[in-house]
Design a protein around this ligand. Sequence first.
Ligand SMILES: Nc1ncnc2c1ncn2[C@@H]1O[C@H](COP(=O)(O)OP(=O)(O)OP(=O)(O)O)[C@@H](O)[C@H]1O
Length: 260
Amino acid sequence: MHSTLNNPVRNNTALNLVNVTLEYPDGDGTLKALDDVSLKVHAGEFVSLIGPSGSGKSSLLAVAATLVRPSAGLVVIDGQDAGGLSDAGRTALRRDKIGIIFQQPNLLPSLTAVEQLVITQRLRGGAARAGADRAAGLLERVGLGQALAKRPHQLSGGQRQRVNIARALMGSPAVLLVDEPTAALDHDRSEAIVRLLREVTDEFGVATVMVTHDTDFVPFTDAVASMRDGRLSAPRPAAAVEDTATSGDDAAAVEVPHLG
Ligand SMILES: Nc1ncnc2c1ncn2[C@@H]1O[C@H](COP(=O)(O)OP(=O)(O)OP(=O)(O)O)[C@@H](O)[C@H]1O
């Protein structure tokens, strides 16, 4: 029913971080927010990223989103090396290939749900009519078919986060980066949001990385990687989350295992 919305299946590595280091000045020295981090996520894979506060999770998402240039290493998005691009080139890459979902949906108060999505399409130079049709289809897909004309104050927190997810999918991204999407929601609404992210990862063939503090939701993902002091553990099958949560000393990470 929704197949016309979907991306073609991508059999590739959509997100490839290779030996990425991110340093910040820290007094007389430097702080390694990311320390030789490598991670591959294929189209249709869903990886959760856990780790203590300050361990580097947001830094990893910011580098993967091409919002922050790493001090060293490669960031390759859908086959394109972000490192060689100008700022304008990185902005275009982000717009065309990356969907970003933050904790707070940051919707524009005066716009309806459809308009929240259409405006992103207009910024891409797309046609308004095609944008409106696609926006309505995506909003239906995330369960908001009855709320197309509602403004943010008329939506619940969970509904706002669904608009946020639909908006992130508007540009048919190869990579979906999700930072604590359930922080403002109760448990049931949170689980519904993570289930939805699982579904859209499969249906749209995106490579999804979700930072979460809540290990209850890890089983909805394919693999879990943990951060500690800027280092990333090798991703493990999400079923092994109990082990993962108590350890974090693995060598720099490798490819997400293909499961099942
Ligand atoms: N802009 C910055 N300038 C200097 N240091 C920074 C900057 N951003 C992050 N850091 C430092 O880098 C390290 C990693 O921070 P980061 O925000 O990535 O951790 P996190 O795992 O996302 O934490 P949290 O779970 O609390 O959000 C921390 O020591 C933090 O203080």
